[in-house]
Design a protein around this ligand. Structure first.
Ligand code: F6P
Length: 372
């Protein structure tokens, strides 16, 4: 296995706080191991434009505390086409790049796997790739955590704590929508951390009517309590199929029916969509550390001649030996097969993974206890 001599790093898809820590670690460690390190701006889009930039120690030394990514990011739909990937491979070869680190989520890692697919490369210069999981959604298989999740959770908790103050003052119900695409992880975990009364997440598979019932029951239960604890905080994952404004209207209508004669203000549910606020901000200490450790192992793997893997933070499920194992460079950071990651990610999103079922089941138990 020949090791990589010239390694490029790109960040792609939705940015995540802590991506900079991974860029910094990979650049500094790679250089210390004798490799040339380049950055690519704006993900695969930048790769197609040949947007290579130097990544010298001075460029990365002070970026740990910055949110987003200093390399910029983009979504690149064209990358689904082989002719487009051929162009990307040619740009890498022209720059003498033999190793690529892709920091991103599901779509970005799929692009990385295709880019380094030997059947696509044919007689062309070989390319080694390592993926680094970064997505606030925590929707990637075979890693316990992705870069950005911890910061996003903290941002949600801070916002919800503030909303809870005003909700308590007015005895109000709030539905707070959080990002996560098709994955309810952020909604579930932050609901626990906030002490929310209910979490709504797509993995539960509940139809609209059942969701309305759940909310109405929650509101009625909480409203039957003493004056001090009559605010209702509901955290809703954006992946839940019912749009949040529609949910509010249906809940208010159902409550008006259940509590006839009540003042309209009493049952006027408020909605807050946190949106991209959740993705921004300074990375937490955990994300700085996680990004640094994943970036360190990624570049060491490439220099050591390893390819087609993703660095992972302690996979949550049992992983067969042929799929992954702890890396030789850091016992908590695994190297797992990139193709297997994408299969497991699909299972996770489609609800086929035991982990998805466990998360939903565990949350249902916790949810029942919350309302006692
Ligand atoms: O995947 C990260 C994420 O922030 C999702 O939670 C969200 O659905 C999506 O990206 C938003 O994407 P964009 O920034 O392209 O609107």
């Amino acid at each position: 296995m020949s090791g990589c001599k010239r390694i490029a790093i790109l960040s792609s898809g939705g940015d995540a706080p802590g991506m900079n820590a991974a860029i910094r670690a990979a650049a500094l460690v790679g250089r210390s191991l004798g490799a040339d390190i380049l950055g690519i701006e704006r993900g695969y889009k930048g790769l197609l434009d040949g947007a290579f930039v130097p990544l010298m120690p001075g460029d990365v030394q002070a970026i740990l505390r910055e949110g987003g990514t200093i390399l910029g990011s983009a979504r690149c739909k064209e990358f689904h086409h082989k002719e487009v990937r051929d162009k990307a491979r040619a740009n890498l070869a022209n720059k003498g790049v033999d190793g690529l680190i892709v920091i991103g989520g599901n779509g970005s890692l799929t692009g990385a796997l295709h880019l380094a697919d030997p059947t696509e490369i044919g007689d062309g210069p070989s390319l080694k790739v390592i993926g680094v999981p970064a997505s606030i959604d925590n929707d990637l298989g075979l890693t316990g955590m992705c870069i950005g999740v911890d910061t996003a959770m903290n941002t949600i908790v801070e916002a919800c704590d503030k909303i809870a103050d005003t909700a308590t003052a007015h005895d109000r119900t709030f539905i707070i929508e959080v990002m996560g695409r098709d994955c309810g992880y952020l909604a579930m975990t932050s609901a626990i951390a906030v002490g929310a009364d209910l979490a709504l997440f797509p993995e539960s598979g509940k139809p609209e009517a059942a969701i309305i019932d759940q909310i109405v029951n929650t509101v009625l239960t909480v409203r039957s309590r003493s004056r001090k604890s009559r605010r209702v905080i509901i955290i809703k994952a954006e992946g839940v199929s019912v749009p949040t404004e529609r949910l509010k209207d249906l809940v208010d209508a159902a409550l008006r029916e259940k509590i006839p004669g009540s003042e309209p203000g009493m049952i006027e549910t408020r909605v807050t969509v946190l949106g991209h606020v959740v993705r921004g901000g300074r990375p937490s200490a955990f994300d700085r550390l996680l990004g640094s450790r994943l970036g360190n192992v990624a570049v060491r793997a490439l220099v050591g001649g390893i390819s087609h893997k993703m660095t992972a933070w302690m996979p949550p499920d049992e992983v067969p030996e042929e799929v992954g194992s702890p890396s030789a460079f850091d016992p908590k950071i695994w190297l797992v097969d990139l193709a297997a990651v994408l299969v497991e990610t699909e299972n996770l999103i489609m609800g086929r993974s035991p982990l998805t079922r466990w998360r939903a089941g565990a949350f249902d138990q916790i949810g029942d206890a919350l309302l006692l």
